[in-house]
Design a protein around this ligand. Structure first.
Ligand SMILES: [Zn+2]
Ligand SMILES: [Zn+2]
Length: 300
């Protein structure tokens, strides 16, 4: 099971009741975070995200609302006693900014390992047994979206193994999907496991204008976290010029990608009450959540 928390939902500037957009994902005792604008460690802590578990950081782009909180976050991590490596994933432009920001926190009790992702193509890699993909978004500067897919093994069924007289020492091998041979007979993994389980998928895309490839990238997400600067369609053209989207465009991505749930985020500071658009947006995609800071979910 994967625990997620959208610890902030703001864009551009932190506000008294709305921290900057950042997304926490925890699986198997390790956590990762997407983006760290100003004061991110405060909203993480307020929302019960245990930053001592932070193993990896994914940065979308170098606009201040997504990266300026890095030194504070790193210092807090040190204060919480982190000693293992912190992995940071992003495109090459981000690396230079990280090095500059780290000048103001030069002594940290842990190492930082930078993993460069393509800013032109989809990158695929593994983090914490989860298959991760990054996609270049279309923003005013280079920016990446991310998807996390947990492919789950079918549940091992000891009754099936016992009925076939398979020694316990082979169970682990079979559960890993490997076949074994006993007395000339091949025993396959599917003979001792239950039905296949569907993968769990989470997709995160901000900041960007709408473009068609978003739909393929988010295909079949259990949770899609997507930006919406404004709730009113009258801002579509203005937002396109600035490299952003409005609520209805994100709802269209959720609908067409067959996602199960949409969390909207990255609201403009000028959007005081995003909830007034809820009814209209749900007409496009029923399972839309106008997220608040600290939105949480456990995916099983
Ligand atoms: Zn932003
Ligand atoms: Zn931006």
């Amino acid at each position: 099971m994967i625990d997620v928390c959208l610890a902030g939902t703001g864009g551009m500037l932190p506000m008294p009741e709305r921290w900057l957009t950042c997304f926490w994902l925890e699986y198997n005792g390790k956590a990762c975070l997407i983006d760290c604008g100003e004061g991110t460690q405060i909203t993480l802590s307020k929302n019960g995200c245990k930053i001592s578990r932070l193993d990896a950081l994914f940065i979308t782009h170098i606009h201040a609302d997504h990266i300026s909180g890095l030194p504070g976050l790193l210092l807090s991590l040190g204060n919480y006693g982190k000693t293992g490596v912190l992995k940071i994933y992003s495109h090459s432009e981000v690396y230079g900014i990280i090095k500059s920001l780290c000048c103001i926190c030069p002594v940290l009790p842990f190492e930082i390992e930078f993993h460069e992702l393509s800013s032109d193509n989809i990158s695929e890699f593994k983090w914490n047994d989860i298959d991760v993909k990054s996609i270049p978004l279309k923003h005013s500067i280079e920016c990446l979206g991310y998807s996390f897919t947990l492919n789950r093994k079918p549940v091992f069924n000891p009754q099936k193994a016992k009925s076939l007289n398979i020694d316990v020492k082979y169970w682990k091998t079979l559960h890993e999907g490997k076949n074994i041979e006993i007395d000339g007979n091949i025993i396959t993994s599917d003979m001792v496991t239950d039905e296949k389980r569907l993968p769990l998928k989470i997709t995160y895309m901000t900041d960007s204008v709408y473009f068609d490839e978003m739909i393929d990238f988010a295909e079949n997400s259990d949770l899609l976290v997507c930006e919406g600067m404004y709730g009113d369609d009258e801002y579509i053209d203005k937002m396109r010029e600035k490299g952003h989207m409005v609520f209805s465009q994100s709802a269209k991505v959720a609908l067409e990608s067959h996602s199960k749930k949409l969390w909207l985020t990255h609201y403009s500071p000028a959007l005081v009450n995003p909830f007034e658009y809820e009814e209209n947006i749900k007409k496009i995609f029923t399972n839309t959540v106008i997220s608040r800071d600290g939105e949480r979910m456990t995916l099983k």
